[in-house]
Design a protein around this ligand. Structure first.
Ligand code: SF4
Length: 350
């Protein structure tokens, strides 16, 4: 980061204190705060109700470091994928998914990912750094503006299912959600936010201790340690036993039903035995299961399960009393679907 302070990393109280030192009236902090968190000002120049001399003073002390949209692709199903350029030249991707009843933003929490899920394109990008909370916030803010401009509707839902493992960037994700849900931020309900994890048991317990109000999704993809180790190597250190213990703890503290995500891979995790194991695992606590159509990636090792196989699998789970939905792939033609985000515009040969 350059020598100028990121003004959005200051709390309102800190801003007020610093403005006192700059011999500016206290109410200026509230004015700036609104420009920064609600009006989406890209810099001080755009804060038109502030005196020019004050804007220049701000410019000499601070920067806003707002990200910019570097690339935008529209899918035939109206999904929009955005590349975001960060202040230090790094890139992340976010996706706007319009559906009949909801408008969802899928956002990233890290540049790249340190985990190595074998079905995921992001896994091929090394984790370069965690996103700051204002960068996570900006993705939501910008995708929200895109939703209104393109489809005349505000965002209704946010899912942390883009690049990165959100629970390995815990403090910044929590701060971003605080700003996204704050009345003086985007004012969204935490019930409309889902944080999706590959299953970091220790941090799931921390979510319980912090009594979070948003939803939790767990990328499960197999309910048998041997298979899950292969699909998601994080399972080697966060086994299904540790995961179930953490989820029970989370549920005990929050009372929130958990969603299990299960990407369907032909002959890997779609057999009747897999369904049985999944049902047994999912029923340890109130939950629902999303069966996700797999999106093939370049040089990938998996094939997607057929439509028939997915329906058979769903029936078996329902016979065991599970709540199950099938999630069709969105934005597949522009590599915007689940597990496909890989900054391909920048890394054409991955
Ligand atoms: S699925 Fe998620 S946690 Fe796994 S490698 Fe991809 S981005 Fe990382």
């Amino acid at each position: 980061m350059t020598e100028k302070q990121n003004i959005r990393h200051l709390s309102l109280e800190e801003l007020q204190e610093q403005f006192l030192e700059l011999e500016e009236p206290r109410f200026r902090a509230a004015q700036i705060w609104q420009w920064l968190w609600q009006k989406g000002a890209p810099g001080f120049h755009e804060m038109t109700n502030l005196p020019k001399a004050f804007r220049e003073k701000l410019e000499s002390h601070y920067d806003v470091y707002r990200m910019s949209v570097s690339d935008r692709q529209l899918s035939t199903d109206k999904t929009i994928k955005c590349g975001f350029r960060l202040y230090d030249g790094e890139f992340v991707e976010g996706v706007l998914i319009p559906q009949e009843s909801r408008m969802t933003a899928c956002i990233s929490s890290q540049v790249g990912c340190s985990l190595t899920c074998s079905f995921c394109a992001t896994a091929r990008l090394p984790r370069k750094r965690n996103l700051f909370f204002d960068e996570i916030y900006d993705q939501v803010d910008m995708i929200n503006r895109m939703a209104t401009e393109s489809y005349g509707v505000h965002l209704s839902n946010i899912v942390f299912m883009g690049m990165g493992e959100p629970l390995l960037n815990y403090s910044q994700v929590m701060k971003a959600i605080e700003r996204i849900t704050a009345e003086d931020g985007l004012g969204m309900s935490p019930k409309r936010i889902t944080v999706s994890t590959a299953g970091i048991a220790k941090m799931i317990k921390k979510l319980g201790d912090d009594d979070v109000k948003f939803n939790l999704a767990v990328s499960l993809h197999a309910a048998n340690d041997e298979k899950r180790n292969k699909i998601m190597p994080i399972n080697e250190t966060n086994s299904l036993g540790a995961l179930s213990e953490a989820l029970l703890y989370f549920y005990d503290k929050t009372g929130t039903r958990v969603t299990f995500e299960y990407v369907m891979l032909q002959d890997e995790n779609d057999t009747p035995k897999d369904a049985e194991e999944l049902a047994a695992f999912a029923k340890i606590l109130p939950s629902k299961i999303n069966l996700i159509e797999y999106n093939p990636i370049e040089n990938g090792i998996y094939q997607k399960s057929s439509g028939n196989a997915m329906h058979r699998f769903k029936d078996l789970l329902e016979q065991k009393g599970c709540i199950v939905n099938i999630r069709r792939s969105r934005g597949q033609d522009i590599d915007a679907a689940c597990g496909q985000l890989a900054n391909k515009q920048l890394n054409p040969v991955i």
